[in-house]
Design a protein around this ligand. Structure first.
Ligand SMILES: [Zn+2]
Ligand SMILES: [Zn+2]
Length: 470
């Protein structure tokens, strides 16, 4: 008789995952692993969790923070749509990418797949590669894609581009898929639209819940299908199309991201940064008064309450902020971001809405306050000088009707000032309010040197100084 070797942790985790038949709490999986792989380690749970994570997205996905579900089970019987392209019809081939993306095992070899027809009979579909040409600004190039040669099948169907294959995942692990042909004219548009909307909402929810501001399609797709009302029913459009058409999201490789997300490579790809579209402003909304409280982020005791009308712009607001917080009008850019809550989470994303040039101008000049779609309680981030990065938080407190005879924008309240005295005057026995901080002397003496106007002119004329904000 052979010796019975104790099972490794790796094998124990694989065995437990293989036995899962549906959504399962992580804590339960950990206990089941420890039952067949007892451990004397100090923190046995943690080593199981570490091992478990290695199979994430390969064998299972998180349904929520505490529950996982095996992909083999989620994917069983799921239906998705392939819309045949002109190139596929031309080559008599079915491409692996991007048709099966999200519905096949990670790193799966398409040559090992079994494709069945509607009657569950194996299709004459031999694995092949197709060479495609692509034009690019950096020169034309060719590349090869994995595909199945299905020319006789397409021919017998009289398949054309725009026709669909409705695919059922018969066995996700083994790579068995059943393909039903649907000519474009038989597409049930209402149902496709409904499923597209449901899928879009589920994928957006997955993005909102993701810890980073990005979620991989390989993770989002199974989670969305696990939550879908009828994942085995009539399929909507390919998920990548659904994401691309939804203004709340964008696709970057396999990842679903927010539309404003922007990687440096995207500028090389010729993509432009996306900013939220301005909403139309009615004359009534244009008249309304938005009351903001603006405070320095790292000196929250320094704040101003500012009234500004809906028809006025972020450039107008920037002017008030520069004046009140004593920022220069001629030297630096400033910028506004909208802080948007991500779903029901406590996390926010920052959406760039405008920059304002020194001396005014920039896209902030075109962004009306009422067109930003702000609600009471919303926060903006305002940064003056992208070098020194002086950050302010701006909270919308009230939206109200304008008062007769008032000129907007206006400052309606400010923090109680903590005035400082001019140190030169004090040394001479006088008490005078300091207006300037001399940076030159401050850095030399390692403390804030504050002065009145006369003393600055008298002894610090060539020094670099800033007005003190009270
Ligand atoms: Zn003085
Ligand atoms: Zn000085």
């Amino acid at each position: 008789m052979a010796d019975e070797k104790p099972i490794t942790l790796e094998a124990a985790v694989q065995q437990v995952i293989a036995e899962l038949d549906g959504p399962t709490p992580v804590a339960e999986i950990v206990q089941r692993v420890l039952a067949i792989h007892p451990s004397a380690a100090k923190h046995p749970e943690q080593s199981v969790r570490n091992q478990l994570i290695r199979h994430w997205r390969k064998a299972w996905v998180y349904l929520d923070a505490k529950t996982v579900t095996p992909l083999r089970v989620v994917m069983k019987g799921v239906r998705f749509r392939i819309v045949l392209s002109r190139l596929e019809i031309k080559h008599g081939a079915l491409f692996f990418e991007t048709n099966f993306r999200g519905f096949a095992r990670l790193m799966a070899d398409p040559a090992s797949f079994t494709l069945l027809d509607a009657a569950s009979q194996p299709l004459p579909a031999s694995p092949t590669t197709i060479k495609l040409e692509r034009k690019s600004p950096l020169g034309d190039y060719s590349y090869e894609v994995a595909a199945w040669d299905v020319a006789p099948w397409f021919k017998s169907l009289k398949a054309r581009d725009g026709d669909s294959l409705l695919v059922t995942v018969e066995d996700w692990e083994a790579g068995r898929y059943r393909l039903e042909y649907e000519p474009a004219g038989r597409r049930r548009f209402d149902e496709v639209d409904r499923v597209n909307r449901e899928l879009a909402d589920l994928l957006f929810a997955a993005l909102e819940e993701a810890h980073s501001e990005s979620v991989s399609g390989f993770e989002a797709i199974p989670v969305a299908y696990a939550r879908m009302a009828d994942p085995r029913g009539y399929p909507g459009d390919p998920w990548m199309k659904v994401v691309e058409r939804d203004s709340r999201m964008k696709l970057f490789g396999d990842d679903i991201r927010y539309p404003e997300s922007y990687a440096p490579i995207e500028s090389l790809m010729g993509r432009e940064k996306v900013q939220p579209k301005a909403l139309p402003v009615s004359s009534g909304q244009g008249q309304q008064v938005y009351r903001f409280k603006a405070a320095l982020k790292y000196r929250a005791g320094l704040w101003r309450r500012i009234d500004i009308q809906g028809q006025q712009t972020l450039e107008d607001l920037d002017g008030v902020l520069r004046g009140e917080f004593k920022h220069d009008f001629s030297d630096h850019l400033s910028g506004f971001w909208l802080k948007q809550r991500r779903g029901n989470t406590k996390r926010f994303r920052e959406v760039e809405i405008a920059t304002v040039q020194p001396f005014g101008g920039g896209d902030g000049a075109e962004k009306h306050i009422a067109g930003l779609g702000l609600a009471v309680g919303d926060d903006l981030k305002y940064v003056y000088d992208f070098g020194d990065w002086i950050e302010h938080t701006i909270t919308l407190e009230v939206i109200a009707e304008p008062e007769a005879g008032v000129a907007y924008p206006r400052v309606v309240a400010k923090n109680k000032p903590q005035y400082q005295d001019c140190e030169r005057c004090r040394a001479q026995g006088r008490q005078t309010r300091a207006i300037w901080v001399c940076h030159h002397c401050s850095s030399e003496q390692g403390r804030a040197v504050v002065l009145c106007e006369d003393c600055l002119v008298a002894e610090h004329e060539d020094h670099y100084a800033d007005e003190i904000v009270y």
